[in-house]
Write a protein that binds this ligand. Structure first.
Ligand code: 4FV
Length: 232
């Protein structure tokens, strides 16, 4: 999979995507991520990327042309149009299921807005999908783009170590994850649940599933209802 990220802050993105699991996968050639500086696609000597909003109001709006030029450069390099995503509070909120679907694609381009956002005309012209990471407003689309990239990347072949399988994770099934424990067996007087020390895998799996159901019922009854419907 190839993930292109159009941003005004590529260093910010690389600081995240060059580290840990995603960074190792990139260096191992298991994942291709390219952060592009939108300013490189301007034609004026001041490398202008934004301007004041028509109709007045506060803040600045990112202009069409630099984003469109960046998009066309990606299309030319790929030899095809990538699935183009704009990170925005107006988008559909990201889910594990949607991330799993995106992980099946060959190429995605993620556009990071900044300031008040992006001129609607370039969104209408090139964006296939708007995705939100939640119902709140951030200063820029870079952190949302990192969230999306991380969530999608970990489901790409070869990114997670062989002993980790995302399809077995509770959230992939639609439930919240069960509690995790590691050494020491007793910490501050709190012991690890005995079933996890039993070596009885069927009982451990049963306990974990019951915990997922219990935690999901308590904290996200909406997810449990969807999970139950899907099981029927
Ligand atoms: C956001 C979100 C988000 C809005 C204006 C960037 C900011 C600025 N993106 N999920 N929540 N974006 O707040 O995706 O351009």
């Amino acid at each position: 999979m190839r993930i292109e990220i159009a941003t005004l802050f590529p260093e910010m993105c690389e600081a995240v995507l060059g580290e840990s699991i995603v960074g190792r996968a990139r260096r191992a050639g298991k994942l291709y991520v390219h952060c592009r500086q939108i300013r490189e696609y301007t034609q004026d000597k001041h490398r202008r990327v934004d301007d004041t909003p028509y109709g007045g109001g506060m803040g600045m709006v990112m202009q069409c042309e630099p984003i469109y030029n960046c998009y066309r450069a990606v299309c030319e390099e790929l030899g095809t149009k990538p699935h183009t995503i704009y990170m925005s509070p107006k988008g559909r909120v990201l889910t594990q299921q949607r991330a799993a679907e995106l992980a099946q694609l060959d190429d995605i381009l993620i556009i990071c807005g900044h300031y008040e956002g992006v001129d609607q005309r370039v969104i209408d012209k090139i964006v296939d999908e708007e995705i939100s990471i939640g119902d709140y407003v951030l200063t820029g689309g870079e952190i949302p783009a990192m969230v999306l990239t991380d969530c999608v990347a970990r489901m790409c072949p070869g990114v997670l170590s062989d002993d980790v399988c995302f399809e077995e994770e509770s959230i992939y099934s639609g439930l919240l994850e069960y509690p995790h424990y590691t050494r020491p067996e007793v910490w501050e007087g709190e012991a690890v649940p005995p079933v996890l020390l039993s070596g009885h895998h069927a009982n451990i799996e049963k306990w974990r599933h019951e915990k997922s159901l219990e935690i999901t019922a308590e904290r996200r009854p909406d997810l449990l209802a969807r999970y139950t419907d899907n099981k029927e």
